[in-house]
Design a protein around this ligand. Structure first.
Ligand code: SAM
Length: 282
């Protein structure tokens, strides 16, 4: 009988956050695939887990995934752990899971700590809808493209950042999103856990005087619907009615439907749109 892949979440700082089920699974599986075996051995030693380990990381993930899948097909149960938190969340794991599905191998996930959820829940910002962006790309072009998308994001935004990039990221966020509210969460679940709910400018000036240290999650307020509506309205107002019609018609929407949409966008009647088109064309 084939085995199973168990994605096991491990603590992001406080060892007491490990779940009973993860501990039991790590003791019972045949093999633990770990992102960094030297790092994970400390966790295993702490909980007296003697299960053999193998490495599964960014640089061997494809080839190693196939080896692990083969073992599972041959009946072994394998647990995947990352350095901290939930595997596959900004950590290797995604490829292994994808390949398991391709190869018909069963996968399950044992929930536990994830820095993004921990930060979001304690941020004081809206939690019902959120967008997890992980690390912003370092490549300038890609980073700019993502920041441009985030400008109109109405959900709360959650980002990961390394301390040496924090100030630059805060500067970029301020420029792209304006001076929004932000909760900077640092060293979550650890002894010096901290959170700062303020504005991007405030936090930036704090870190200009205090060098960032430790691990960070940034939780940023989404754009308000009112502001978004206002911006959209302003965009339409900058266009003539003819240009506005062309905007929809170029998308393949017929003339009648386009008139309806234009009227709705501008808060005017279809008759007004019709009249303006006559005037604009004459
Ligand atoms: N898989 C992990 C998870 O479930 O959250 C994330 C791994 S990612 C490689 C590492 C990043 O997560 C860090 O750079 C930091 O942004 C965030 N992080 C992890 N542990 C944290 C902690 N205790 N406090 C604040 N941020 C943390």
């Amino acid at each position: 009988m084939a085995g199973k892949l168990y994605l096991c979440a491990t603590p992001i700082g406080n060892l007491e956050d490990i779940t009973y089920r993860v501990l039991k699974t790590l003791k019972e599986v045949d093999l633990i695939a770990a992102e960094d075996t030297r790092n994970s051995i400390k966790l295993l030693n702490h909980f007296e887990i003697k299960t053999p380990m193998t490495s599964y990381h960014e640089y061997n993930k494809i080839e190693k995934s196939y080896q692990l899948v083969e073992k599972i097909k041959n009946g072994q149960n394998i647990a995947l752990i990352s350095d901290a938190g939930t595997p596959s969340i900004s950590d290797p794991g995604e490829e292994l899971v994808r390949i398991c599905y391709e190869e018909g191998v069963e996968v399950t996930s044992l929930p536990g700590p994830a820095a993004c959820i921990t930060a979001l829940t304690m941020s004081g910002l809206k939690t019902r809808r959120f967008a997890f962006e992980a690390f912003l790309p370092r490549d300038k072009k890609e980073r700019f493209a993502i920041l441009k998308e985030l400008r109109s994001e109405t959900r709360t935004i959650v980002l990961y950042e390394a301390p040496h990039h924090l100030k630059k990221t805060l500067e970029d966020l301020k420029e792209a999103l304006g001076n929004r509210r932000i909760c900077v969460c640092r060293e979550l679940t650890k002894r010096y856990e901290e959170k700062k709910l303020s504005t991007i400018s405030d936090v930036l000036s704090f870190y200009q005087d205090n060098e960032p240290r430790g691990e960070y999650v940034l939780v940023i307020e989404g754009k308000s619907f009112d502001e978004l509506r206002k911006e959209v309205q302003e965009t339409w107002q900058k266009m003539s009615i003819k240009e506005h019609m062309a905007f929809y018609e170029q998308k393949g929407i017929n003339h009648k439907e386009s008139m309806k949409l234009v009227a709705k966008d501008r808060g005017i009647s279809k008759r007004d749109v019709y009249q303006s088109l006559l005037t604009e064309t004459t």
